[in-house]
Design a binder for this molecule. Structure first.
Ligand code: ATP
Length: 205
């Protein structure tokens, strides 16, 4: 039987008195697009922060590609994350943002150009990111997450606040990436999006 790319077992997260995750379990298999659905405040971002190694679980376990996620920089080479909040350097241009992260990962310049072309940012590449529309910023975040061609892509509500055309571009990106056999974990509260894109879904309440 294939090993799961993501294995979450009885995961618990408490923030003081707040119980954000109450013992959740799921597996995501290689090559799957896995939808993680839930209303506001259900704990989607909390789960993603743990998957990305930014937050430690209070209980249970979380493994990505067979490894523990918390404080495990070796995993970053295999993981791309698109957070809901932008976290881009607004005063730098699009290409400068990508160059910065490419340097961290040792990614060649040609890969930056390829992504800028694919995500229709080549023309705006030299403009400061603060002049970008929401859709452009989201596309740049995807470029940043894909720079090092990760095996697992984690996305936190990647189309929230976007118009249907911009959302369709993001959907195209997800579809393109899944065709390369990659594993995608997609949090959303959009049922239609989940139905269109995902092989399996989990509901978090
Ligand atoms: P949304 O769809 O609104 O982004 P979400 O499903 O991503 O919501 P989380 O952001 O994971 O939900 O929040 C889950 C719960 O944990 C909420 O009750 C939230 O208030 C709480 N929470 C999240 N982060 C913290 C924190 N740093 N300190 C205290 N409580 C927190």
């Amino acid at each position: 039987m294939t090993e799961p790319a993501i294995a979450v077992e009885n995961l618990v997260k408490k923030y003081g008195e707040t119980l954000a995750l109450q013992g959740i379990s799921f597996q995501v298999y290689p090559g799957e697009v896995f939808g993680y659905l839930g209303p506001n405040g259900a704990g989607k971002t909390t789960t993603i922060r743990i998957l990305a190694g930014l937050s430690s679980p209070t209980g249970g376990s979380c493994r990505v590609l067979g490894q523990g996620t918390f404080k495990n920089p070796a995993l970053y080479r295999h993981l791309g994350v698109v957070f809901e909040e932008s976290h881009l350097y607004e005063r730098l241009s699009g290409i400068e943002n990508l160059r910065f992260f490419a340097a961290l990962h040792g990614v060649p310049a040609a890969r930056i150009q390829e992504l800028l072309q694919t995500y229709d940012l080549a023309k705006a590449a030299k403009r400061p990111v603060r002049t970008y529309s929401k859709g452009m910023k989201r596309r740049l975040l995807i470029c940043r997450a894909l720079l090092h061609d990760p095996e697992v892509l984690i996305m936190d509500e990647p189309t929230s606040g976007l118009d249907p055309t911009s959302a369709a571009v993001i959907h195209g990106a997800i579809d393109h990436y899944r065709r390369q056999g990659k594993t995608i974990f997609l949090s959303t509260h959009d049922m239609t999006e989940a139905e269109t894109l995902c092989d399996r879904v989990a509901f978090l309440n």
